[in-house]
Design a protein around this ligand. Structure first.
Ligand code: ADP
Ligand code: MG
Ligand code: ZN
Length: 476
């Protein structure tokens, strides 16, 4: 039997607001335990939540960027459950009336574009964290994270392969990072994903029974967990069994998913509208203001780079991976007027050197204007490609302008015929045999003369000028 996978993803993204969603505590990762807390986020009786307007603004940004409708009225709901990291015993979330609905995201897998539906985006608060001490039979509770603003982004079951799921996640993360509303760090948990997956016989319209996978903290692990789950469910079905609806945990060490809880143990959260919070009314004018302030998104920027700068799709994809990188490229390209050369220098030399030092583009020792100047010197023939690389290494180490490096190191390319002619005359005089052979038709000796000059000038002779000059002088 041939099966097709059906996958839907639930993403939780922490928002980069300064303060928490319902109180003024700092929204900060890595503080000492229980230092970013107050009576509100500690769930003390008698306290009241006050909504952080930025959380709504950020979520509207996400909704607009993913083509969702923004609800003029949405409602906060209590999701009730007990756990030691949840002091109120309920999480404030949105349920029946979420902020954003009915959007989509286009992804590209193996040259094919597919449109993946986004069911909804709602806002909620994060819970705290339990830290289990392996050395002692105790657990610690850190409530710094309670009240951290989250968006939950739920996709339609439109994904069909683990590759598509990974592509969707990457595209979604890139958008949130571009919008500057989430740092997208899967390892630190600021961008988390639960994956729902079922199989159905190819050609069947109804979906099969799904498993929900948790605990994947990288794109790679999401893909691996889904691949494992496809094999597992296929084996169950081929055996004549049926998949049971359950939550399974990905075990990255063992490379498999393990059952965590079945449907019978699934929570009944007893959602109801939160009586402490008014329904959220969003004025259309505010939505339009936010829409007008949206940055150019990765997809659009990539296409523009291909068209405006004539870059290959690959270059455009790499250069638009982050906004600062794209901005850097544009600054270099417009200052030097040679976009493809700018792309080559950034993708190979600069990104290579930055990676080696573990630096981001924002910490580049070489400013965009300096790299543009270096490229301009190559384009005009002042520097050969080889010398330019030496100058680049020096700029990387010292942050100096290319002109200063050239002057200090005497690296300028010799393009004047005068000194090259003088040098060649000496070389011809010292090698009369080779001159004779060349004149007798042994063209290959051109390389010998060029090599001699390069040796004398430490590679600073302009190769084009030199080649032409050798030919000209020996035919005189
Ligand atoms: P829950 O609240 O139990 O997680 P939802 O209805 O919100 O359930 O669905 C969660 C996710 O599961 C969505 O992303 C949806 O696309 C996906 N999903 C729903 N049914 C299936 C299915 N049969 N197979 C795979 N994914 C599914
Ligand atoms: Mg779910
Ligand atoms: Zn607080």
């Amino acid at each position: 039997m041939q099966y097709e996978a059906v996958i839907g993803l639930e993403v939780h993204a922490q928002l980069l607001t300064h303060s928490k969603i319902f109180c003024g505590c700092a929204n900060q990762f890595g503080s000492p335990p229980n230092t970013n807390v107050c009576p509100v986020c500690l769930g003390m009786p008698g306290t009241l939540p006050v909504l952080n307007r930025k959380v709504v603004e950020f979520s509207i940004r996400a909704g607009l960027a993913t083509h969702c409708a923004i609800a003029p009225k949405s409602v906060w709901a209590r999701k009730n459950y007990f756990y030691p990291d949840l002091p109120k015993n309920y999480q404030i979330s949105q349920y029946e009336l979420p902020l954003c609905t009915g959007g989509y995201l286009d992804i590209e897998v193996e040259g094919q574009t597919r449109r993946i539906g986004i069911t909804r985006i709602h806002m909620e608060e994060d819970a705290g964290k339990l830290i289990h001490d392996p050395a002692q039979p105790v657990s610690y509770v850190d409530l710094n994270r309670t009240g951290t603003p989250l968006m939950e982004i739920v996709s339609e079951p439109d994904l069909r392969t683990p590759e598509e799921a990974a592509a969707y996640l990457k595209a979604l993360r890139d958008i949130l990072v571009y919008l500057e509303i989430c740092d997208g760090n899967m390892e630190e948990g600021s961008f988390r994903c639960d994956a729902n997956i079922s199989l159905r016989p190819v050609g069947q319209a109804e979906f099969g029974t799904r498993a929900e996978l948790k605990n994947m903290n990288s794109f790679r692990n999401v893909q691996k967990a889904l691949e494992y789950e496809i094999r597992r469910q296929r084996a169950v079905l081929d055996d004549g069994g049926s998949v049971i609806q359950e939550t399974r945990l990905w075990d990255a060490g063992a490379n498999k998913t393990l059952s965590m809880r079945g449907k019978e143990e699934a929570h009944d959260y007893r959602y109801f509208p939160d009586p402490d919070l008014l329904p959220l009314i969003v004025e259309p004018a505010w939505v339009e203001e936010i829409r007008a302030g949206l940055p150019e998104l990765p997809d659009k920027k990539r296409r523009r780079f291909e068209e405006q700068y004539g870059l290959p799709a690959y270059d455009a994809g790499v250069l638009t991976m982050s906004r600062p990188l794209a901005d850097y490229f544009e600054a270099v390209a417009s200052a030097c007027g040679a976009p493809k050369a700018a792309s080559n220098w950034i993708m190979s030399e600069l990104m290579g050197a930055l990676n080696a030092e573990g630096k981001e583009i924002t910490a580049s020792p070489i400013a965009a204007g300096q790299l543009a100047e270096l490229i301009r010197m190559v384009e005009s023939g002042e520097l050969s490609g080889k010398l330019a690389k030496q100058v680049f290494a020096e700029m990387m180490a010292s942050g100096q302008d290319p002109g200063a490096v050239v002057a200090a190191k005497g690296l300028k390319q010799v393009s004047d015929e005068g000194p090259l002619r003088e040098l060649l005359q000496k070389i011809f005089a010292a090698n009369p045999g080779q001159v004779e052979q060349y004149k007798a038709g042994k063209d290959k000796l051109l390389g010998f003369f060029v090599g001699q000059v390069m040796k004398e000038t430490k590679g600073q002779a302009n190769p084009q000028v030199l080649n032409d000059l050798v030919k000209k002088m020996l035919s005189e």
